[in-house]
Write a protein that binds this ligand. Structure first.
Ligand code: AQP
Length: 336
C-alpha cells in the first residue's frame, strides 16, 4: 500500500524551528536520530507547521528553518542516509492532518498535558485552535510515512500515545490502513531539566538566561550556566540523597560520555559540587565545540542546505501522497 524506500523499518521524528535548540533537544532527540540512521530508513522533519501554532515573525521563521537544517547536519544527520524534510514543503502533512481531525474526539485533545501547560496563562479568547490541534498534526506527520518507530524525548510520549489512538480509531472505522508507531526514548537524557529550576523541563520557550544550554552558546557562556546551575544543600555527591539538580547534571554528563552507571558512581561519588560542575562543563563544551565548527562551515553554504531540503521533500513526497490517496479512498472522498 505504501512504497518503502528501503527494506529497513521507517523512523520519523521532528523538531520545531522556534527558539534556540538546547541540549535537551540534542540529547532527547538529535543524538539518537544520528545513531538510528544505519539501522532504519529515517525521515527527519523541520516541523514549521507546528511552529506557527504560536505567532512567529515570518522572516525569523524562514531563517530558523535553515538554522535547524544546519544543526541537523552538524549533529551528524547524513542526507545520503536520511531524508531531511521541511514539513510545509510536503502538503500531504496538512491534508492528512485534516482527515485525521475528523476522526479525533475533541476530548482527547483537551486532555493533553502540553496543551494545558501552554495555555494555562492565556486568556481563553487568545488560545489559537492550532495549539489544540497540534497532536493531530503530529499524528499525521508520523502516520503519513507509516513510521514504525518515533524517537522523541519524554515530553512527547503522551502525543505518541494519542497518535496510536488515532491510528487505531481510523483502522477500526475504515479498515487496516496505518502501521502502529512505537515510541523510542533514550535511556539517559529523555528529560533534561532546566538548570535554574530542575523541577521544570528544559524548554526553548523558557526565557531565563540560566535556564537552558543552547547548542550555539559560546563555550564560556555554557560553562558559566553550568557552574551556576541549581544543586542542593549537600556539600558533595551522594547518589542516595542527591536532589534533582545534581541528578540532572549527572544525566547530562552520562548522556554525553555514554559511561555506564557503575563508572558514573565510581567516578563521581563523594565529589565536591564545584569540581563536579567543572567536569560537566568541560564535557559539554568539548562535545559541542566541534559541533559548532561544523555548523559554522555549513551555514556558509545556504545553496547546499536548500538543495538538501528540496531533495528530501522530493524523495518522501511519493510515500506521503500515496498514504493520503489511500486514506481518501477509504473515506469515500475524491482523490484527484
Ligand atoms: N528537556 C528536554 N529533554 C529531552 N528531550 C527534549 N525535547 C524537548 N525538550 C526536551 C525533545 O526535543 C524534540 C524536539 O522538540 P520540539 O522542537 O518539538 O519542541 P518541544 O518538545 O516542545 O521542545 P521545547 O524545547 O520545550 O520547545 P518549546 O519550549 O517551544 O515547547 C522532541 O523529541 C522533544 O521530545
Amino acid at each position: 500500500m505504501f512504497t518503502p524506500l528501503t527494506m529497513r523499518p521507517r523512523v520519523l521524528s521532528g523538531i520545531q524551528p522556534s527558539g534556540n535548540l538546547h541540549i535537551g533537544n540534542y540529547l532527547g532527540a538529535l543524538k539518537n536520530w544520528v545513531a538510528m540512521q544505519h539501522g532504519y530508513e529515517c525521515v527527519f522533519c523541520i516541523v514549521d507547521l507546528h511552529a506557527i501554532t504560536v505567532y512567529q515573525k515570518p522572516e525569523e521563521l524562514r531563517a530558523k528553518i535553515l538554522e535547524i537544517a544546519a544543526l541537523f547536519l552538524a549533529s551528524g544527520i547524513d542526507p545520503k542516509l536520511s531524508s531531511m524534510v521541511v514539513q510545509s514543503m510536503v502538503p500531504a502533512h496538512a491534508e492528512l492532518a485534516w482527515l485525521l481531525t475528523c476522526v479525533t474526539p475533541v476530548g482527547w485533545l483537551y486532555r493533553m498535558t502540553q496543551f494545558k501547560a501552554k495555555t494555562e496563562s492565556m486568556e481563553g479568547s487568545s488560545i489559537g485552535d492550532g495549539l489544540l490541534q497540534y497532536p493531530v498534526l503530529m499524528a499525521a506527520d508520523i502516520l503519513l510515512y507509516q513510521a514504525a518507530v518515533v524517537p522523541v524525548g519524554e515530553d512527547q510520549a503522551q502525543h505518541l500515545e494519542l497518535a496510536r489512538d488515532i491510528a487505531q480509531r481510523f483502522n477500526s472505522l475504515y479498515g487496516d490502513t496505518f502501521v502502529m508507531p512505537a515510541t523510542s526514548l533514550p535511556s539517559v537524557g529523555a528529560r533534561v531539566m532546566g538548570l535554574d529550576d530542575p523541577t521544570k523541563k528544559m524548554s526553548k520557550s523558557e526565557k531565563g538566561s540560566g535556564h537552558a544550554i543552547a547548542l550555539l552558546d559560546a563555550p564560556a557562556d555554557m560553562r558559566k550556566k553550568i557552574m551556576r546551575a541549581t544543586t542542593d544543600s549537600n556539600p558533595h555527591i551522594d547518589f542516595e540523597t542527591m536532589g534533582p539538580g545534581v541528578a540532572n547534571l549527572l544525566s547530562i554528563f552520562q548522556a554525553i560520555s555514554e559511561w555506564p552507571d557503575d563508572q558514573m558512581k565510581n567516578h563521581f561519588s563523594g565529589m565536591r559540587y564545584g569540581d563536579f560542575k567543572k567536569q560537566v562543563a568541560n564535557a559539554v563544551a568539548e562535545h559541542l565545540e566541534p559541533f559548532q565548527q561544523r555548523y559554522n562551515q555549513i551555514r556558509q553554504e545556504p545553496g547546499y542546505l536548500e538543495s538538501v531540503l528540496r531533495e528530501g521533500a522530493g524523495r518522501v513526497s511519493p510515500i506521503a501522497n500515496s498514504t493520503v490517496r489511500t486514506v481518501k479512498q477509504r473515506m469515500g472522498i475524491y482523490t484527484e
